[in-house]
Design a protein around this ligand. Structure first.
Ligand code: FA5
Length: 348
């Protein structure tokens, strides 16, 4: 449609303009989208377009002829320009109508149902334990899970060849570091960083090479408690534990103390809990389940962190969070907490 136009007479130019107009009218009707519209603009108004080419031919005509032919060509150019504009506007309107149709909501359709998440039972129990002790004036402290041999063992009266280490020997990371076997190292970290009185609880994950069974998991949570001040005795320890147990479990549970041994407490105890009156929820220990180890902080540990054991005494315990949850909800196997079956978790 873009003829290589030789010098043209007025009549020839007039014919060429008419021909171009017809070509435009046919092509215009076939515009479907932005791309074909742009192709059409280039074909007629582009640098090498039909109308542009005809414009250059005006110079072949005499000045009088040129004026008339110029008007003709301008009329064609206006027709093409306005036609393109109109087409563009129509395309935009169609697009926006399509969009609206797509975006229109039908509020009568059923919604998309998404299950609502909730706290894991172990998180719930941990938060509840924290809450009880915070109300009793304890503050929450934390320490690293990758701990040094010094904090995990040595500062707790367990030098390198101490037999008590056997029970806790664990996952070693090299360079004197290991995954902590209990939360007791946090006691040492806190005592080394402040003077008495100390009243803290330390929740956190612990790691042991315990084989998984109904009451043991190689990864589990403890909450450590430490209170160091003048004049504290075993009676205070018993009181704190009894208050806590009755606040957490209520009157349907009973508690017993039994003697125990830890290198870092003297005397030491363990605490057992069971549900009263009914078939015990846990089959272990004839219904009794050990929840914590506890004791009066050994004077050597206090001296090791620079406290004067003649001046202050202290007590501590390490509580198993999973065991608390097992007793609360009658869960017989600790592994249920870590298998994370949605049907199990949805109960809480
Ligand atoms: C300790 O870990 C001592 N650090 C506790 C302590 C702290 C004593 C302060 C004195 C003073 P023990 O190993 O008994 O002690 O663990 C304490 C509690 O952690 C247990 O009673 C139990 O509830 C929980 N526990 C221990 N091992 C596991 C395990 N493998 N899986 C789940 N819970 C465990």
């Amino acid at each position: 449609m873009t003829p290589i136009i030789q010098a043209m007479s007025r009549v020839e130019l007039q014919q060429a303009v008419e021909e171009a107009r017809r070509a435009w009218q046919t092509a215009e009707a076939s515009v479907e989208d932005e791309a074909s519209l742009e192709a059409l603009r280039i074909r007629f108004l582009g640098k090498k377009g039909v109308v542009t080419a005809l414009m250059t031919r005006l110079r072949d005509l005499s000045p009088e002829e040129r004026a008339e032919a110029g008007r003709m060509l301008n009329a064609l150019k206006t027709e093409v320009t306005e036609g393109l504009e109109a087409r563009r506007a129509a395309l935009m309107e169609t697009a926006s109508r399509d969009r609206e149709a797509k975006e229109r909501y039908d509020f009568t359709l059923p919604g998309t149902w998404r299950p609502i998440g909730r706290l894991h039972p172990l998180t719930r129990v941990r938060l509840e334990i924290e809450d009880v002790f915070q109300r009793l004036g304890f503050v929450v402290a934390t320490g690293p899970e990758a701990e040094s041999d010094y904090y995990n063992f040595e500062a707790l009266n367990m030098p390198a060849d101490h037999p008590a280490r056997d029970e806790w020997d664990s996952f070693y990371l090299g360079e004197g570091r290991l995954l902590r076997t209990h939360t007791s190292p946090v006691q040492i970290r806190v005592m080394r960083s402040q003077q008495p009185p100390v009243r803290i609880i330390c929740p956190g994950k612990c790691y042991r090479r315990d084989n998984p069974d109904a009451t043991h998991s190689p990864v589990f949570y403890q909450v450590e408690l430490l209170w160091v001040e003048q004049g504290l005795t075993l009676a205070n320890l018993k009181w704190v534990i009894s208050e806590f147990v009755s606040s957490f479990f209520g009157p349907e549970y009973e508690m017993r103390f039994a003697a125990d041994y830890f290198p870092f407490t003297e005397p030491s105890a363990q605490v057992h809990i069971r549900k009263v009156g009914r078939e015990a929820p846990a089959r272990h220990l004839g219904g009794w389940l050990e929840i914590m180890g506890a004791g009066m902080v050994d004077p050597a540990v206090l001296a090791g962190v620079g406290y004067d054991p003649e001046e202050v005494t202290g007590f501590a315990f390490g509580l198993g969070v999973e065991r608390m949850a097992m007793l609360r909800w009658g869960i017989e196997d600790i592994r249920s907490f870590y298998e994370n079956h949605p049907r199990f978790l949805a109960q809480f």
